[in-house]
Write a protein that binds this ligand. Sequence first.
Ligand code: COA
Ligand code: MG
Length: 297
Amino acid sequence: MRSFLFVPADSENKLAKAMAAGADALILDLEDSVVADRKPLARDVARDFLDRHVAAAARPGLIVRVNARDSGLTEADLDAVMPARPDAVMLPKAEGGPDVEYLDAQLAKRERAHGIAAGHVGIFVVATETAKAIFQLGSYAGASARLGGLTWGAEDLAADIGAESKHDAAGRYIEPFRLVRSLCLFGAVAAGVQPIDSVYPAFRDLDGLRRECEEARRDGFTGKMAIHPAQVGIINDVFTPSPAAIAQARAVIAAFAANPGAGAVSLDGRMLDMPHLKLARRLLARADLSLSRTGNH
Ligand code: COA
Ligand code: MG
């Protein structure tokens, strides 16, 4: 999935608007965008929203972000939303594979209780929100077949480490956050799941958003989270393989097909070997996925 739009789950107005935003998935947030005394309301609204939309034929993916394990609220969040069969649950402040195993078991229990097919509900994690979490980014492989993606967040990490700033004067992430972004990318790929770039909080700055999307795609991220409907179109645009990129990938595959048995071939005066073939195949797979996903999860 290319775009994941956060929607505070205590806002019926925003939930209604989000359905028309064109996002590949919505993240119904029960965590940081909802204040403590509105959490019960947010659970009810999320449950009702899922009940009304889960069965629709063409709809975005519906993911619920529950509260973190140390909040003591995670299991009550799951009790509230699991009967309505979300496509996935997002766990914030995850600190490695054991947290995914914990969530897997919690989901399995509730799938059994509600007659939902085993393994139906997927898992996404926000994997970089504490200093401790950074040292577990290599621990997600094999934690659960439900795991679909890893993403990173800078806001909570800055609070955890006491950073005065996340950006330099030019608005670029400074070293601790760039490092964490890279480690999240490696951790996701090592686990065989989607690397998803963090949010771009300055939602009126669409040029800055596009630049950050392009940098993320350049580095290997395959999607990005949004906080405002205006961000969705740009994210979808940047993470949909362009006709030129598709043509180039097809040319790479054709060059290998024309030279069966050759480990290295040439195209337009440049050497191509196995990593190029692998990248070309991966790009075409993503292009197929974006084609099959015009508003359908
Ligand atoms: N999903 C759905 N609708 C949204 C939205 C979102 N994430 N963000 C804004 N909208 C709606 C607004 O409600 C508003 O609707 P209205 O015209 O009916 O009032 C419209 O889009 C325009 O919004 P705008 O005035 O530009 O922004 P805002 O000041 O109302 O909201 C935020 C700004 C940041 C509070 C809002 O975008 C938001 O809540 N984002 C998600 C926050 C979140 O989930 N954070 C947790 C993850 S980091
Ligand atoms: Mg947070």
